[in-house]
Design a protein around this ligand. Structure first.
Ligand code: GAR
Length: 203
């Protein structure tokens, strides 16, 4: 059996997870599972379409139960990397530590976030930018650490929202960039260039 390289974590619609799974399929990259903390998340259907094994929790599960189940999945699959594609929880240190990479001095855990960090950490990055009347916003891809969206930045991409008519348009624009750049990072790692992630990347 091929060793497990990437486990995706996702909570919602799954446009980023789908972009990752599509790129993985086209490039023979071993995405060996998708874990969702929401048992009815749309992303689970998308994973099935790409024949990626899914793992989920039950609606009644509390935070500890969710992370216990995630730990079990990690023990079973032994992935090298976690890719957080719209995963709306902060990972406990105990899980992060399992992914510490000596060479990178980082956890092999990557998140995509809808703002130009350090601006707007947490939820609703695009919404906050839009409601505050910002003329531009952007996305960040970063290593995950113990904080809330505080890990080392890998890539940022800004775009104008001055002409956007409503929040939906901002989100749509943002996600189209997210869906383009997250797979680029996956390809970088897959092609053996993980150390490039430590430098500021431009595509
Ligand atoms: C994306 O915009 C992602 O950046 C954001 O959730 C959305 C998920 O969309 N992530 C966070 O806010 C993490 N705190 P998707 O389910 O279509 O990929």
């Amino acid at each position: 059996m091929n060793s497990c390289k990437y486990l995706i974590l996702a909570s919602g619609t799954g446009s980023n997870a789908e972009a990752l799974m599509k790129t993985a399929k086209e490039n023979n990259i071993n995405v060996c599972g998708l874990f969702s903390d929401k048992s009815n998340a749309e992303v689970l259907t998308k994973a099935k379409k790409y024949e990626v094994k899914t793992f989920t929790t039950e609606e009644k599960d509390n935070k500890d139960e969710i992370f216990f189940k995630l730990s079990q999945v990690i023990e079973e699959l032994k992935p090298d990397w976690l890719l957080l594609a719209g995963f709306m929880r902060i990972l406990p240190t105990k899980i992060l530590q399992r992914f510490f990479d000596e060479e990178l001095q980082q956890y092999r855990v990557i998140n995509i976030h809808p703002s130009l960090l350090p601006k707007y950490p947490g939820l609703g990055g695009y919404r906050q930018a839009y409601e505050n009347g910002d003329t531009s916003t952007g996305l960040s891809i970063h290593f995950v650490d113990e904080g809330l969206d505080t890990g080392k930045l890998i890539l940022q991409k800004s775009f104008s929202i001055a002409e956007s008519k409503n929040l939906e348009e901002v989100i749509e624009k943002g996600k189209s960039f997210e869906n383009k750049y997250f797979p680029e990072i996956l390809l970088k790692i897959h092609n053996g260039n993980k150390k490039d992630l430590l430098n500021e990347l431009s595509f």
